[in-house]
Design a protein around this ligand. Sequence first.
Ligand SMILES: Cc1ncc(COP(=O)(O)O)c(C=O)c1O
Length: 296
Amino acid sequence: MEFSEIERLDGAYLAHTYSRYPVAFCGGKGATLLGVDGKEYTDFGAGIAVNIFGVNDEGWKEAVKAQLDKIQHVSNYYYSEPTARLAQLLCTKTGAKRVFFGNSGAEANECAFKTARKYSFMKYGAGRSDIVSLNGSFHGRTLFTLTATGQDEFHKYFDPFAGGVKYADADMESVKRAAERACAVVIECVQGEGGVKALPEGFVRDLAAFCRENDVLLICDEVQCGLGRTGKFFAYENYGIVPDLVTVAKGLAGGLPIGACLFYEKTEDVLGPGDHGSTFGGNPVACAGAIEIVKP
Ligand SMILES: Cc1ncc(COP(=O)(O)O)c(C=O)c1O
């Protein structure tokens, strides 16, 4: 199909939520993308941190196709090998104890926030449910993750929000003021949408110590900065800290929808049957692709 026809259909039938550049991609190899105009483009964006093995990676395609030839979906009433294997791989690689799979970064964060609230409720009762989020952060576009996003420009039009989020600067005095009734603090070690800003090392270490001393859970949102993009598997490893919950998505399955919330020592048994779920969470095709991305 010619570019002009794709552009016309998109304009006529898709919600106008994106301002697109005037090109449609239809193929490529590695970091070279092919446009329907027949031109080659060098890909510096990787689909916003998603195509981390580039496009058309042979090993990844083989893994995904092999799974498609077996079964494309298994409901979470049943077991699935790629799902279990990916969870094992993520845990052995990171020190996490368990994993919950969803389909996106926002869902991974929703899972972490629910876990933090339940952890605190079970231990301390009601009234200690705030999530502290940093100004300049981005955590997703569902109503709660939007609330937890510390940038006003994303908030306009969508009031009222769920509540239970307090905002702080990357400064311990500001965090302490916001954390009076907090169950968790969420950070991106490198704020992505906020301008590719690494949090100061001293602040992250002090924050981890404060969280440990006060039994406030530390959530690292690794959706954009994780998966090798800072030289380590997760960005928090650069800071010498161990979080209580980690969220990851984007490039995890190499270009298929996936999100994951990783539970560390304190949080591994917080969620029980019926507390959380997702129809497509742990989809075997996405997990087969992810194994190929994550495997040593
Ligand atoms: C740090 C961070 N968290 C969460 C999200 C939301 O991810 P998703 O769009 O997969 O819901 C994003 C998306 O850009 C992100 O950068």
